[in-house]
Each structure stands twice: as structure tokens, then as C-alpha cells.
Design a protein around this ligand. Sequence first.
Ligand SMILES: Nc1nc2c(ncn2[C@@H]2O[C@H](COP(=O)(O)OP(=O)(O)OP(=O)(O)O)[C@@H](O)[C@H]2O)c(=O)[nH]1
Ligand SMILES: [Mg+2]
Length: 461
Amino acid sequence: MAATDTDLICAIATPPGEGGVGVIRLSGPSAKELAQSLVTVELKPRRAHYSRFIAKDEILDDGIVIWFPGPNSFTGEDIVELQGHGGPVVQQTLLNTLCERGARLARPGEFSERAFLNGKLDLVQAEAIADLIAAKSTAAAKAALSSFQGVFSEKVTALANRLKRMRVEIEAAIDFPDEDIEILEQAQVAQTLAVLIDDTKTLLAQAEQGRKLSQGMTVALVGEPNVGKSSLLNALSGEEAAIVTEIPGTTRDLLKVDVVINGVPLRLVDTAGLRDSDDAVERIGVERAREQITNADYVAVVMSASTLLSSGSEAVSQDFLLQALDNLGGLGTTVAAEDLHLVINKIDLGVPVVDQAIRHRVSLVSAKEGDGLKAFAAALANAGGTGGDYAGFSARARHVQALQNTCERLKDAQVSLSRQNGPELVAEDCLLAHQTLGEIVGTLTPDDLLGEIFSTFCIGK
Ligand SMILES: Nc1nc2c(ncn2[C@@H]2O[C@H](COP(=O)(O)OP(=O)(O)OP(=O)(O)O)[C@@H](O)[C@H]2O)c(=O)[nH]1
Ligand SMILES: [Mg+2]
């Protein structure tokens, strides 16, 4: 992928199949000339002309044609849109004609890629277009639109600019060493670094929320066999996705169902009940369940109210909760407390008392009767602060990873500074941090990564 890649590309921009209107897009330096050879009107910039589309005296279709001269176009190059009838054969014939006359079929995401390479968009904005198109909920679409409009990029760029200013000062200290002022400068650098780390962490937390919102948060339903995990999955998704029986050990495979709750997309994962088993298949299921626990963004630990009541336990307290998590194979230590929620199911058989102190982390439900399910669903949607009124920006795992790396490099710089390793090492750590931040918006992104990102886009975008 090179910026010199400026041949003429074309693609059907509307979804495949039959539709009222079908749009074909052309982008490249000779887009206007080629389109002009097919239409019967003199193309004027940004004008919607009605015309027949003609090749070799044969009318292929008719419709609207618009020419967007570069650089004020989506890709920054000359673009022409041919808006004809949305029939697969009509569109394919037109596309073939364009290819016979010098255009080639665009790769997925190639229009956006050109927009990026021509400086019309940064990488976060280009990714936000794909996320907007793929958004599964209003909140996700809103967040993607914010990122497309540059909300996330501005935050990253502001951080990068502050980091750059600090680097300039450190580099200056290397070039003009002066023993007397070094101590003062060190204190200043330490102070700036600490603030930068804090602000990177804040942005990281926001990006993590944006990622959960746009890519969907994974919620694992885990617990002992027979507590009603599969019943809960079915109740939350409104379909009989999982097999439910009274036999403990029914579920073995991971079963994933995508749902949208209060505008928040969630991927619910049903898992095998956690227990030691002699059954080889069940053992694999339990192993997969444990893996899922570490991979999930959020873990809902399901327990049965009837088991709780018959065990003679008093109120469900913090200690009880920790003990229960421990009994499930050290869940309390493998999953952070804020990513854990306790679900007491089967309250139609009796309602246990829950200590006020942990009430916010516990849902009392009956998958069978439907009691408490709404509140439980709302708790899931709110997990991680991605509730319905979250008005942030969308982000991807790639961005979260880059911000984590930036944080790590800045902490390295802090260590180098405190160990008096010399300004050169501090400068090197800060350079790495700066580069990692640059990868997010695409100022410093390797070509192969760009190829990977754009290849996931749809054709014609
Ligand atoms: N009374 C009552 N029974 C329930 C409720 N939820 C589930 N059950 C019953 O509990 C039994 C087990 O339910 P499942 O959903 O299969 O439980 P599970 O946790 O997926 O079990 P495994 O897949 O074996 O780990 C079934 O007989 C369900 O009908 C509930 O809210 N109330
Ligand atoms: Mg099950």
C-alpha cells in the first residue's frame, strides 16, 4: 500500500441484491473523464445530473451522476457516483464497462484507505466509519459518529502534543547539559510524566468503554452445574438457544448469543457448570469455561437460591461471596471485583437475604418466572459504565492496546528518571511512548497494520 497507488478504482457502494437505487463509485485522477464517456451531459462539479449511461451505443441504465472534484471529496481524489437502478445485473454490466475502460475493482476499504492516505481522515476516523456501518445499537452508532467527527483523535493528539513538548525539553537537556539546572528539570519532568500517565490512564479507561460499546462486551455466565446459567441465557436472549434440563452437566460447549440490552450490545456466553468430572467431554467443557472466564469483559457468577437456603447460610455477605468464588476455583482472584456480578437464580423457590454492603453487586432473579431479569439486564448493560446514556466515543481493541503500551513506556521513563539512568534513556522511553500513541491515529503506523485494518471494511467504503 503506497500513497502512489492512485489508479482508478470502482465498486458498487450499495448493498448487494435488489434495491430501488444502486450506487457505483469511481475514484482516481481520471474518474471524471471515464464517467464523461458514459453519460450524455456535460459534468459540472458537485451537480446532480440526470443522464443515460451509454456504452457502444447501448443504453446500460439511466440515473443520476455526480462528479466530486478532488481534493474536496471523500477520498481527496476525483470521485464520480453513478446512481442507477439497484439490480445486480444492471450494476454488474456498468461495473464491467468501467473496468473495460481502465478502472479496476476496489479492494474492501480502499476508498477509506485513500481518504486516509490523502490526509482526509486519520486512522481512528476511518475505523469509525466501519464501526458506524456495523453498529448494532443506537448508542454504538452515536459513539462511532463521535469518533468519526474526531472526538477520540483530538484527545490522542492533545496527549501526543504534550508528550512531544516534554520530549523537546528532555532532548534539550541532553544537548545542553548543565549540572546546576538538572535537578530542577528532573523534578519538572517527573511532575509532567506523572500527569501524563494519569491522563493516559483516563483516556485508556474511556477507550475501554468505547471498545465495549462498539465491539460489544463479552459477559460470561458461570457457576456450578444446574444453577440455571442456560435458562438465564435463554431468558435474556428471548430464544431457546441453550438446552436446559434438570441433569447437572447439561452444557459442555460455549454458547454465544449476541443481544442488545438498553441500547448496549452484549455477547452473552453460556458455559459448562464448574465441577470436577470423570466425564472426558465435560472436563473439556469445564476447561473452556475457565478460559472464557479469563477472556470475558464481565463475569456473571450464577448461584441457586434453593441451594443457598438449604445450606443454612445466613445473609449473603461479602465473606460468603468471597468464599463462594473461591469454591469455584479461585474466581475471586482471577477476575477483578468490578468485573464480577453475583446472580442468585431460582428466587421463586425462596429469596435469600443479601447484605446491604454487597447489594449493588448482586441480582436476585428467577429465570423461570422472569422476576428480577430486567434489573439484572440493566446491571449488565451498565457494567463498565457503558450504560444507555454513555456519550463517549467508539474505540477498538487496537487503540486500547496502544494506550496500555503508551502507559507502560511512560512508566518505564519514570523508572529511568528515578534511577538517574541519564536523560538519554528517559528520552528513549518517551520516544517509544510517543510512537505508540502515533499508531492510534495513524501518524506512525506500519503498512502491514494498515492493510489489516482496511481489509475488514466493506467494499465500496
Ligand atoms: N424453579 C426454578 N428452576 C429453574 C430456574 N432456572 C432454571 N431452573 C431449572 O434448573 C435446572 C437447570 O437449569 P439449566 O439452565 O440447565 O442450568 P445450568 O446452570 O445451565 O446447568 P448446566 O448446564 O448443567 O451447568 C432446569 O431443570 C431448569 O428448569 C428458576 O429460576 N427457577
Ligand atoms: Mg447449562
